[in-house]
Design a protein around this ligand. Sequence first.
Ligand SMILES: Cc1cc2nc3c(=O)[nH]c(=O)nc-3n(C[C@H](O)[C@H](O)[C@H](O)COP(=O)(O)OP(=O)(O)OC[C@H]3O[C@@H](n4cnc5c(N)ncnc54)[C@H](O)[C@@H]3O)c2cc1C
Length: 463
Amino acid sequence: MTNQIVKTLTNESKDKAKEIAIIGGGLAGLTAAVYLARDGKKVTVIEKSSEFGGRARTTVKDKLYFNQGAHALYLDGIGPKILEEMNIKFSGKKVDAAKYFVTKKGKMYKVPIKLSQLFTTRLLNGLGSKIEVIGFFTKLNKLNLKELNSISFQGWLDKNFKNSDSKDFIKMLGRIATYTYNAENVSAGLALNQIKIAVNGGVIYIDKGWQTLVEQLVEIGKRNGVKYINGKSVVAIKQSYNADRQNTQPFWNISLSDNTSFEYHNIIIATNPSHVYSLLKDNALIDPAYLNQLEKINRPAKVATLDLALSGLSNPNVYGAYGMDNPFYLSLHSAFAKLSTDGNGILFHVMKYLDPSAKQDPVQDKAELEELLDMAQPGWRKMVLRQRFLPNMIASNTVININDGILESRPDVVVPGVDNLYIVGDWVGQEGMLADASFASAKAAALKILNKKKAIPIHAGTL
Ligand SMILES: Cc1cc2nc3c(=O)[nH]c(=O)nc-3n(C[C@H](O)[C@H](O)[C@H](O)COP(=O)(O)OP(=O)(O)OC[C@H]3O[C@@H](n4cnc5c(N)ncnc54)[C@H](O)[C@@H]3O)c2cc1C
């Protein structure tokens, strides 16, 4: 325990340590709080921003619900199951691709949804391409995805597709489903699982935005006694033990940005890899190899997003467009979710998946997003009611990478080397991606603290 502050506590001061602190009030932190609190634990959530929800926050402007970029809930993912367990309600229509297009070499082609359309589409050049894509959909549900976790999505594509159009088409599906620009940076297992989830179960856009999830999480937490602190950032944590480490409960001292500090027995950090690194880098009990992993895993998948409210649609036949030979996405979210207070709004999310190896140019990125709109909705500029450009959003806190031919993996929820410290988020654990990973890791960490393998389903009456 060298370099570790050793405090000898009297029983009285030891009792003052509170049960569990959760640092970060996004979906992951709020979910962990609900699981713990409904099991009787005393939980405090500390959020640096003035509002809870993190990247799942929705802002209401001009009667419209603006998510921070395009947010789709994968119905077959783990997220909806966990939301149901917590008795969180949501609604919204399943996205139907009938009015969606794929862009290739500056032209738009209808998304081939049916088998017959795959045979006839001019999007895929040559019979070979079409047969490869049809073969992919036939085999998708039979693939052993666990075996494909040690190879990159790009490696898998190169091995399985001879035709560039079919390869680009499946790569595009992977990009949309994972938000990962570079297919080298995601395991084939994860990418194919995301595609499978999207294809099998579909996605919905949530009525009134993802804030509806955030609000319910906080409400259920409050009903179960969770204490919420906002507007305060956690700047340091330190674990201390009674002199006799074996027989006593350790506690963590948390320092906040307003120079106050509190003691808790357990901490869940629900922020991001660089924040976790900064909190742990001076802790002598943490293995340098773990810190190294945190540094390496800090490789976010980013997007530039233009969130746009229009007064009308110049082209009512185009609800969406996905780039096949370029990293773009456009979708009319208000076609499938109630995203305006009066039920009449038109809201697009237009995104560019950013290349992590390229220098960012927000002006150019915005111009490219506008070009896509010119193609999909000519004359849109005259109909703009409100627009918001977010040039550098983190869609996922990590894209894993290949090192010496081996794909790195995401860290576990349990932080090794210290007691009672957990991490959660979209970069933690092996299950799912994006919000699914945040929900899954949050539940996993809560169950570890509760020492349970399975959660008891939460019913309306018990909360
Ligand atoms: C443009 C975009 C599109 C997306 N689309 C989808 C989608 O279609 N489907 C999907 O499933 N997911 C999507 N996501 C991802 C999804 O939003 C996230 O995975 C999810 O919201 C992450 O939740 P989280 O709680 O893990 O992290 P966050 O939301 O990042 O929450 C972390 C919280 O910690 C707080 N915090 C940070 N530092 C401190 C500190 N020092 N002290 C206290 N608090 C701190 C932050 O303020 C924040 O509130 C998208 C994200 C973006 C940006």
